[in-house]
Design a protein around this ligand. Structure first.
Ligand SMILES: C[S@@+](CC[C@H](N)C(=O)[O-])C[C@H]1O[C@@H](n2cnc3c(N)ncnc32)[C@H](O)[C@@H]1O
Length: 213
């Protein structure tokens, strides 16, 4: 596996990590034990700060997994604001629903079950904040739908844009070559998008941040 940070920097940043509440810690442990890919803690911290600054009323997450970031976002939302999260894996949906129930803030969260590629064209109301974190081969199409659903001035965050370091590597193991190409193609699209003020930030696995013009 390639890497984005040198181990010393990674360790140093982790020394400043604040402990989450019991459910957040439990979800992180579950994800490690069951090999469920959830958002890197540092990226989740960053998204929390964006939510606190931006104060969105309607948030859309594409790719819920076990609802780790869904719950972290919901905890930062103002009264009356909501996060909708789309997930297609039946196994993940089961665990996500249990975690949402345990969170005590289920009123702020709506889990939409299904493939985002079919769900998103059905959504009509705009969102203030969109977090895209799904299968990399679907990123381009999910991003196109996101740009339709994002209001002017709204924020889009996309995970994995440095793709374990492979996006910038000269040699990529064959196992990762296809997914790396998807990410590299997506990064050009994300940065060159006319109606988006966008950048890629080296946090976690590389976070894309865009503001719709
Ligand atoms: C990296 S995980 C999401 C992690 C989660 N956002 C978090 O921050 O903890 C990706 C999830 O997206 C789901 N997924 C991938 N492609 C999808 C699609 N087209 N529609 C709905 N869910 C999708 C996968 O089943 C998986 O649970």
């Amino acid at each position: 596996m390639a890497q984005i940070f040198f181990p010393a920097q990674k360790k140093y940043l982790e020394s400043f990590r604040k402990k989450g509440d019991d459910l957040i810690v439990e979800m992180e442990q579950y994800a490690t034990e069951h090999k469920v890919p959830i958002l890197d803690w540092h990226s989740a911290d960053f998204i929390e700060k964006l939510i606190l600054i931006n104060k969105p009323e309607r948030v859309l997450e594409i790719g819920t997994a076990i609802a780790y970031t869904t719950i972290r976002i919901a905890k930062c939302l103002h009264k009356g604001s909501v996060v909708h999260s789309i997930e297609k894996s039946a196994d993940n949906i089961k665990i996500a629903l249990e975690n949402i129930e345990k969170s005590g803030i289920s009123k702020k969260i709506k889990l939409i079950q299904g493939d985002a590629l079919s769900v998103m064209p059905q959504l009509k109301k705009k969102y203030d904040f969109i977090f895209l974190d799904a299968d990399k081969e679907d990123y381009k199409r999910l991003f196109d739908y996101s740009m339709i659903l994002l209001r002017k001035g709204g924020i889009i965050v996309v995970d994995n844009l440095l793709w374990h370091g492979y996006a910038a590597a000269n040699r990529v193991p064959s196992k990762y070559s296809k997914s790396t190409q998807h990410i590299k193609d997506f990064n050009k699209l994300f940065i060159l998008q006319q109606n988006l003020d966008s950048m890629i930030i080296p946090i976690g696995d590389g976070i894309g941040l865009g503001i719709k013009k």
